[in-house]
Design a protein around this ligand. Structure first.
Ligand code: HEC
Ligand code: HEC
Ligand code: HEC
Ligand code: HEC
Ligand code: HEC
Ligand code: HEC
Length: 375
């Protein structure tokens, strides 16, 4: 047992040391001279708030995250600002940091005392940061890593059983073996289901569009933006022209200031579509129609999408598997009378009237037949 522990800690130490050696140099390959390298390092320390007396409370990195995060952040991340100012002049950057336009930014940017030289150094750091990008969050790496570690452990156990025969109490090896295999299976299973299914999928969008701000705070109807939902298969994502109806006038938001809405302005004026990341996505062989559910079935958006008006960032709340569709069709009673759509089901109409059946579910109207949902 002790040997196993030792081996484990050895492996962990070894791999830790591998992970410590991370590349720091830029990819350009150009030799930085001594001066700007030091400027860059000081810029980095300033950005993280590691130099005393410059920040009252929050440093740049506390608002402009440099690491990928799972949670929603109204502030632009460090890469976004680095990218935006990459080719621009120092003066422009100084203005944005020290003499910001707009209410939100003046509010956020008043708690530090930096001079222009400091800000220039921060720009050096951000230019360098721009081609490194946000630091990836760790969980994925940890999982792959854990998987490999377990693999090494398993190999070692097999080698010991057949060749080395160092461990006397065989059953211990057996137990560790089973636990390690089970763990690996669990990891593979998690990764596998995450591939096809995407429950809880909640990506960052190119513009921080919030349903809380628009639906809950400003009472805009879902169908104002998703304007094909009642009569077509797809609900539709509004194009930037719809945003422009309001944002030709509304140029600053309470949470995000000008930065996000500026992207709307740029997309509209530049004629470039906003590349929203699609969240709900059935496989191609499955057929789903919004009109059928919203108009005929009279099902609320929230039944399938959850409380969208409470989401700053849209999240998929069900697994949208075949079982999910079928279960609902079995359970949900349709409003059979007063609905022209159901006139076509004469057999069912008779049975309902004669009292042979007392409710009609989506299953009875054919909602569990393969061909209704599969091409
Ligand atoms: C002001 C316009 C607007 C209004 C109002 C609005 N949405 Fe959206 N909705 C969007 C935009 C833009 C996106 C794409 C960006 C995103 O995912 O946040 C979106 C995304 C979505 C998505 C995810 C789409 C996908 O990619 O799978 C759902 C679901 C959704 N909205 C439902 C609703 C519901 C339900 C309401 C009413 C409670 C509503 N929306 C009101 C603009 C709007
Ligand atoms: C019917 C009017 C209307 C439409 C359409 C509309 N918005 Fe807005 N939007 C507003 C209002 C009002 C605010 C709130 C301003 C505030 O915070 O005071 C806002 C705020 C925002 C904000 C800043 C949020 C914050 O609090 O910082 C962003 C970003 C935004 N909208 C993006 C969009 C995008 C993208 C679209 C198109 C898909 C869109 N809006 C469509 C009215 C609209
Ligand atoms: C308390 C949070 C906070 C801190 C601290 C902060 N910022 Fe900001 N910063 C913001 C917000 C919010 C915006 C977007 C405001 C807007 O666009 O109106 C912003 C915008 C910016 C922009 C301009 C983006 C644009 O679209 O023009 C730059 C550049 C910037 N910050 C750099 C910095 C630097 C450098 C520091 C540290 C010296 C810093 N910020 C510290 C919150 C913060
Ligand atoms: C019966 C469940 C159900 C109801 C009710 C429903 N949706 Fe959907 N919604 C889905 C499914 C399933 C998808 C994925 C469709 C696909 O990938 O083909 C989807 C996708 C979307 C999308 C992504 C773009 C698209 O059209 O595929 C938006 C936006 C959306 N729904 C908005 C709404 C709004 C707004 C309502 C209410 C008016 C609503 N949905 C009602 C199940 C539903
Ligand atoms: C919240 C409950 C609910 C969910 C979830 C749901 N449906 Fe439905 N569906 C209904 C109801 C109610 C009807 C009945 C309307 C009707 O008779 O057409 C219906 C009707 C249908 C029809 C038409 C059947 C016919 O007889 O013509 C199809 C196709 C369909 N759904 C596909 C799907 C698919 C695919 C999914 C999953 C991605 C799904 N539905 C998820 C409630 C649901
Ligand atoms: C109410 C709609 C509906 C009905 C009825 C239905 N399916 Fe599906 N089926 C789906 C959806 C939706 C998916 C895709 C789920 C996803 O995207 O992950 C699917 C996926 C599948 C898959 C792919 C396996 C998988 O999990 O991705 C097969 C195979 C399949 N269905 C066969 C059938 C057969 C056979 C029948 C008839 C007995 C049937 N389906 C009836 C909605 C339905």
């Amino acid at each position: 047992m002790i040997k196993v522990l030792r081996l484990n800690s050895f492996l962990i130490l070894m791999s830790l040391s591998l992970f410590m050696v991370s590349p720091v140099v830029g990819e350009d390959g150009e030799q930085d001279d001594h001066h700007s390298t030091r400027g860059l390092m000081r810029g980095e320390r300033l950005f993280y708030g590691l130099i005393d007396g410059k920040f009252e409370s929050k440093a740049c990195a506390d608002c402009h995250n440099t690491v990928e995060i799972d949670s929603f952040n109204w502030n632009p991340n460090a890469w976004e600002i680095a990218h935006k100012f990459k080719g621009r002049s120092l003066e422009e950057f100084q203005r944005a940091v020290l003499n910001p336009a707009g209410q939100t930014m003046s509010e956020m940017h008043k708690t530090f005392s930096l001079n222009e030289v400091d800000v220039d150094m921060i720009k050096l750091f951000l230019d360098d940061f721009e081609h490194r990008g946000l630091t990836k969050s760790k969980p994925v790496i940890n999982k792959i890593f854990l998987f490999i570690l377990l693999g090494v452990l398993l190999t070692w156990i097999i080698l010991d059983i057949f060749f080395f025969k160092k461990v006397k109490r065989r059953y211990i090896l057996g137990i560790i073996f089973i636990v390690a295999v089970a763990w690996q299976v669990k990891l593979v299973h998690e990764a596998g289901t995450a591939l096809g299914r995407q429950e809880f999928y909640e990506p960052d969008q190119p513009i921080k569009f919030s349903h809380v701000v628009h639906v809950a705070d400003n009472q805009i109807d879902c169908q104002y933006c998703h304007n094909t939902v009642s009569h077509s298969k797809s609900a539709g994502i509004p194009d930037v022209g719809v945003c422009w109806n309001c944002h030709s006038i509304v140029r600053e938001g309470t949470h995000s200031g000008k930065h996000q809405i500026n992207k709307v302005v740029e997309a509209y004026e530049g004629g470039t579509p906003i590349e929203w990341i699609r969240i709900h996505n059935l496989q191609d062989h499955a057929f789903f129609s919004h009109a059928q559910h919203v108009t005929v079935g009279k099902i609320e958006c929230a039944t399938c999408h959850g409380a969208i008006e409470e989401m700053d960032r849209v999240r998929q709340v069900t697994d949208m598997s075949m079982g999910w569709c079928i279960n609902c069709h079995r359970d949900t009673e349709v409003q059979f009378f007063d609905n022209a759509f159901y006139a076509q089901y004469e057999e069912l109409q008779k049975k309902m009237k004669s009292g042979e059946i007392d409710r009609v579910t989506a299953e009875l109207t054919g909602g569990t037949e393969c061909s209704k949902c599969h091409y």
